[in-house]
Design a protein around this ligand. Sequence first.
Ligand SMILES: [Zn+2]
Length: 696
Amino acid sequence: MGKKQNKTGRAIALLAIFLGGAGALFAIVTPAWAAVLSLAPHHDIVLTLTPATHHLSARDTVTLDGSGTLTFYLSDLFVLEGVRLDGTGVAVQRSGDAIRIRSGGNARHTVEFRYQGRLPAITIDALNGFALSPQGGYLSEGWFPRASDAPFTYDVSVSTPLPNKAVAPGTIIHETQSGGRYRATFRTSVPTRTLTVFTGPYQIAEKQLAIARAEKTAPSGKKPVQSDIALRTYFTPQIAPLAGDYLDFTARYIQRYVRQIGPYPFTGFDIVSGPLPVGLGFSGLTYIGTDVLKLPFIRYTSLGHEILHNWWGNAVGVDYAHGNWAEGLTTFMADYAFASERSANGARDMRLEWLRNYAALPKGRDRPAVDFVAKNHDASQIVGYDKVAFFFVMLRAQIGNKAFDRAIRLFWRDNRFKTARWADLQSAFERASGQKLAYFFDQWLHRAGAPSFVIDAPYVRKESNGYRVSFVLRQGGTPYRVRLPVVVATKDGAHRFTVTANRDGERFALDVPSQPTSLAIDPNFEVFRRLSPGEATPILRDVTLSPHSEALVVGTAPDLITQARALGAALLGPDAPIRSAAPYAASGVLPAVPLVLIGALSEITPFIETLGIPPLPPRYARKGAAWAWATRAPGGQPIVVVSARSAQALGEIVRALPHYRRRGYVVFDGARVIETGNWPVKPGAHKVLLAPPAKG
Ligand SMILES: [Zn+2]
């Protein structure tokens, strides 16, 4: 594709980036309601798709304002069969993807293009702007002529032989199945920047939902209309039995967010399946890989996340030049909310996981949250999703649930069908709470990093009616202004306090009725901070995120070395050094960088024993065929050990293991994970013991 075309190729570029970043499964690709232009171009596209022969033929009638030479971009893969300007056939100049047409004076023009071509087959490893095969296809970029990357409206009519069907974001205004063909027309009358069509041998299931719905054309103060929206699944036959369950979950998520935020912003919601192993969010539509949809937890987690993107990211677009707030807010209101409802410790466990991931992030890769645009690698996810979601956890604690909920509705009311920035969120939260929050947004979002807190000089004194615990709070670096939970354990139970820390070296005094035994700062992980070494138990990311990591292969069998190299590259990236461990076995001294040690069980077990590296506890080592665990060498350097019964067992985990980088240990049987988790935080890691008061 030509240069200009690539510039407009946002959606598919993102798609490619995120397939490359292993573990990154979901993204929004459509900032749909971007700057709305009054005279947006309109595309009226009539499309015939023949998956068996990979063939597309199309007529696109474009209405737009322009003068002089009009330049359109269409992939040069397509054969142009004719162009008409304002009803008359014209000659065009074509070079690469560019098509130039002389239009004459300043006016509204109608340009009709007829073209056809044979598309590449769909493959899950290489993504193009478009692909078409009997098992499915997508048209994302470069498949219809565009004059600029400005927003546009469209009608797209698709005809394809049954059992194939097709779907695009927008209102379905016509649909028939007759003469062995499926035909449907989709309309979007609010300008959008992307138009993606999906096709495949779908079975369509539908459920009507009566719901309050927001109209783009209605003033924001007007009462929302109560109307039916159509929920649909476009599932391939093998997962068609899951449709009813997915539709029920979808209805519940939409009702939940209508209650929490405001009226549903689109005319329906479609879940589209297909061969690509990804999740993509569009206005009123999500595409999720067939194999992903089969995973039982998706309907409890990612589905709700994708549905919430109808509000955050689609109906309220992101002004990317000023940072992407939508992923963190969506993670907070979906993933985090679901975790806290699922189990008593769910919310705490998720916060601890975010802090552990952050602890694994090297300082050189940390960035301010306002710089986050899209998840293109692990490090950006830790800031753009985890830290921003944690920011909302703290903001809710700061202003209270009622003010927080009011702010969410206010932000929605003021910004729907527009793009919004962090400053718009700050304004809504300040108005709803009556608090000035500039310092809060500034220290957590505009600054990289996190505070670390250390208790200094703890002291207990007997008072006439109890005990006084005093201590000095140390903060490294530029201090944060933080409301910090402090728990004092006493002989008769625990007492919880909240202190407001403003600077380094502040002294605090807390009174308790009976003799105190220990003092703990933030034991439930309610503040975004650097974990102490005892709290930050090892995870695979301690090694995979470091730019200095290396892999050492323990063993000499050629097939083992081949699989170990593939695994090393999958964990550390294609450029990381991978070498033999033999010289280090002889010297007994490892290179002083984070290491992945990979080998067959029979060889790696004596190797790590010699070097004093902790083995996997027997209760995990007894089962499975391959194991990976994060630990530390006696000198403290992060180590990941990967051990397998055979070279084949090692080969079977190459694809899956990178998805478990946030874990402390993983046990595989073939490619299947049979056990995974994090090492428990050592008791007492985050607290200091208090000596009894001095006598007299
Ligand atoms: Zn998302």
